[in-house]
Design a protein around this ligand. Structure first.
Ligand code: ASP
Ligand code: MG
Length: 404
């Protein structure tokens, strides 16, 4: 069987007209003799509304009931898609995750798919049906409904592709693919034709909101190739490939930037074992995500400065935790909430020397000051003043020849 998984995101099924369009896309694959498995997200806005309702009921809403509640958006969109396919004369039906079932592990609100029972869906496909499967949800070993975290229908699609051994997994969304940088921020951004899992994972984790980062990791582990494309216009999208050596005449594949970061510096902390751990332990216990961390080497008095960044939303909570932390002593706490992180990403930098230099030089030429630097094998990130973001994206886009 030539199986293809087609996943539709919230905006792609956001209105009745769009759902009709989606049904046409689905049947175009049926006409090409594919056995189509559809996975859909909820109509855009629906999940947010449901979450709001839970918050109005209680600010400590039970997490298993939360999953029951927020997963219903997918039930609506899937029945509408199946209904439209029926209307067009096709055999189709909706499948809730528990009807298949799609089994999950882990805690409520952020479960992971562990197994999909294939039999019913395979029989249905063999009999010429088009299964329309709810994304985002599953059931656990207690037969309770679970969800996979925000944006989790991507993971549903990837896991369907894996368990049903699909030839292809197509993620339909509201953009035409993955761009060299956010096209809303920078109009010269270009569509990337092919990208590796590793690069895509970095791009998604750093804020390119095309796919849920988890799901890319799942795809990478199962070697599933993904086509990301628009459901609004029929154009070639971006292929997320399993090929190791994507041929490209570029060192850098993409740029990302964050919006609301904050930087904190603890000045003059004692340079001895355990101090850094004491700084970060309460933050971790309060689920505050620390991003970049630098510690300067100590000079006089065996003292050092520790600088780190967090989401600006967490700033108030973080400063409170630091001020009441009796385990640490410092001379001063400096806070800057007008910072953003700009990153360049590309597997090409592993083999090309001088990328770091080029990045720093390009920023310096525009008079942009670098506050903090961090690197991984295929990524270099710098923290800069928020007001310089557009300038930075533009100069880096040019420096690494992403404009052409
Ligand atoms: N409807 C869910 C959400 O809004 C899942 C998804 O969109 O993938 O997070
Ligand atoms: Mg979505």
């Amino acid at each position: 069987m030539k199986i293809v998984v087609l996943k539709f995101g919230g905006t792609s099924v956001g209105t009745i007209d769009r759902i009709k369009k989606v049904a046409n896309i689905i049947t175009s694959y049926v006409k090409k003799r594919f056995k189509v498995i559809v996975v859909s997200s909820a109509m855009s806005g629906t999940t947010n509304d449901l979450i709001k309702k839970s918050k109005h009921i209680s600010n400590n809403f039970n997490s298993s009931e939360y999953d029951v509640l927020v997963s219903v958006g997918e039930q609506i969109s899937c029945s509408l898609i199946a209904g439209r396919l029926n209307h067009m004369g096709y055999k189709a039906r909706s499948w809730m995750s528990w009807q298949i079932p799609i089994l999950t592990e882990g805690k409520h609100t952020s479960s992971r798919i562990s197994k999909i029972n294939k039999k019913k869906i395979l029989d249905y496909l063999k009999n010429g049906g088009i299964p329309v499967i709810t994304g985002f949800q599953g059931i656990n070993n207690l037969s309770r409904i679970t969800t996979l975290g925000r944006g989790g229908s991507d993971a549903s699609a990837i896991m369907c592709a894996k368990f049903f051994n699909a030839k292809k997994c197509v993620i339909f969304t509201d953009v035409e693919g993955v761009y060299t940088t956010d096209p809303n921020n920078f109009k010269n951004a270009k569509k990337i034709k092919v990208i590796s899992y590793e690069e895509m994972l970095e791009m998604a984790s750093l804020g390119a909101k095309v796919m849920q980062p988890h799901s890319i990791q799942d795809a990478r582990l199962s070697r599933i190739e993904i086509d990301v494309k628009s459901s609004f216009v029929n154009r070639k999208g971006t292929l997320i490939t399993k090929k190791k050596n994507v041929f490209r005449n570029r060192t850098i594949t993409g740029l990302t930037s964050t919006k609301n970061d904050a930087k904190l510096t603890l000045v003059g902390v004692k340079d001895k074992p355990g101090v850094a751990a004491s700084v970060f332990k309460p933050l971790y216990q309060s689920y505050i995500n620390v991003d970049m961390v630098v510690q300067t080497s100590s000079s006089k008095n065996r003292e050092t400065d520790i600088t780190f960044t967090i989401k600006a939303d967490d700033l108030l909570k973080t400063t409170k935790l630091i001020k009441k932390n009796k385990k640490i002593k410092y001379r001063d706490l400096i806070v800057n909430k007008n910072v953003s992180k700009v990153s360049i990403i590309g597997v090409g930098m592993v083999t090309t020397p001088g990328v770091t230099y080029r990045m720093f030089k390009a920023l310096a030429n525009k008079g942009i000051n670098i506050l903090v630097i961090s690197t991984s094998e295929i990524k270099i990130s710098v923290l800069i003043n928020k007001k310089n973001i557009k300038k930075a994206l533009s100069v880096l886009h040019k420096e690494f020849r992403l404009n052409s």
